[in-house]
Write a protein that binds this ligand. Structure first.
Ligand code: KG4
Ligand code: ZN
Length: 336
């Protein structure tokens, strides 16, 4: 089954063709980084307008890149939650119209579930496993029973991990997008230059939860103190020290969840999974970590098409009155 996947939940306009939920035939991503760079963050109105300009050529390139015509598409999958509603609606409306015109099913897919599915496009990962999403919008640890079932055991109680990268990068003018800018700077920095506090959510209900909102303030306050003392930290050292604490926070929670659940396989997805330090640390762990290649960590249509295949197979076909949602109630935090 050839599924066309469309992703427009934030600032990447992407489409891909995936066969039988495994084989990526084509993969097109039109990034909007240049559009949002002057504002140091994604501007929702600009994002949705840019999607309307790009979606048609992006989908056409995905179909021709798979050496197909539209008539060869068996189903259309699209992200409809969570994300920026205006941006989601562009992809959703396009997918509805296309599937109706082609007379093929369309399925509206959960973006967060799709991030967890991404490694399956590069080799089957057996279920159950521990699933970890670290992105700009979500930070989440769950026990993934199968493609559709995940028990969330830990989430962020405030900001997402990627958000902390973006805020620190914005504050110090490191560049946009922040996560990649910090990753690049950190390569030439000393992670031991400064130590920042790990918010102490250790016990009881918060056993697997994380908090990132205080971290940016802690970083800024501590470095301001150094500046007052006449010591000027380098950009590289700030980036490396921050990166280490931000990533170690989630790594410690993963370690704890692995120890408690006995899971030996851990899937890590979402934009922050592209981080060099995180990837280096994960391969050293006793558990087996499955991390997608960089192009499948950040938002992409291939993971939507891959998961969409299973939606079609299990008759989770959407109707034309399907809507877009900024949040997903099923991913609200639930204590273990
Ligand atoms: O999954 P994603 O593309 O979009 C969402 O679903 O949110 O994740 C975007 C997030 C941003 O916060 C970005 O700064 C972060 O992923 N990110 C990184 C890296 N590349 C992207 N964070 C750390 N290191 C990276 N190399
Ligand atoms: Zn994402």
């Amino acid at each position: 089954m050839r599924v066309l996947g469309i992703e427009s939940s934030c600032d990447e306009c992407s489409a891909a063709v995936v066969v039988d939920g495994r084989e990526v035939r084509s993969h097109v991503v039109a990034t909007q980084v240049d559009v949002h760079r002057p504002y140091y963050g994604v501007v929702p109105e600009l994002a949705s307008r840019t999607h309307t300009e790009r979606i048609v050529p992006v989908v056409e390139r995905a179909v021709s890149g798979a050496e197909m015509t539209f008539g060869d598409v068996d189903a259309v999958a699209v992200t409809n939650r969570p994300g920026l509603v205006g941006s989601l609606l562009v992809g959703l409306s396009y997918a509805k119209a296309l599937s109706y015109g082609l007379g093929v099913p369309f399925v509206a897919v959960n973006h967060v579930e799709a991030h967890l599915y991404a490694p399956q496009l590069e080799g089957a990962v057996p279920y159950p496993h521990l699933g970890v999403i670290i992105s700009g919008g979500h930070t989440l640890i769950g026990v993934v029973e199968d493609v559709f079932r995940m028990e969330v055991v830990g989430t962020t109680i405030d900001d997402a991990c990627g958000e902390a990268f973006d805020k620190v990068a914005k504050h110090y003018d490191f560049g946009f997008p922040g996560g990649k800018a910090i990753d690049d700077l950190a390569r030439n920095g000393e992670a031991d230059a400064f130590s920042f506090p790990d918010p102490s959510l250790h016990k009881g209900d918060h056993r697997y939860d994380v908090s990132y909102s205080g971290l940016k303030t802690a970083v800024v306050n501590q470095l301001d103190r150094f500046l007052r003392d006449g010591y000027e930290p380098t950009r590289e050292n700030i980036a490396a020290s921050f990166e280490r604490v931000a990533i170690d926070i989630i790594l410690r929670r993963i370690d704890r969840a692995v120890a408690d659940t006995g899971m030996r396989r851990v899937v890590v997805g979402g934009g922050v999974a592209a981080n060099t330090y995180l990837r280096r640390e994960l391969v050293r762990k006793k558990y087996e970590a499955f991390i997608p290649s960089l192009r499948l960590c950040t938002d992409n249509g291939a993971m939507i098409a891959g998961l969409g295949y299973h939606y079609v197979r299990h008759s989770r076909v959407s109707q034309l009155d399907e809507n877009a949602f900024s949040r997903v109630p099923e991913f609200r935090r639930r204590y273990p």
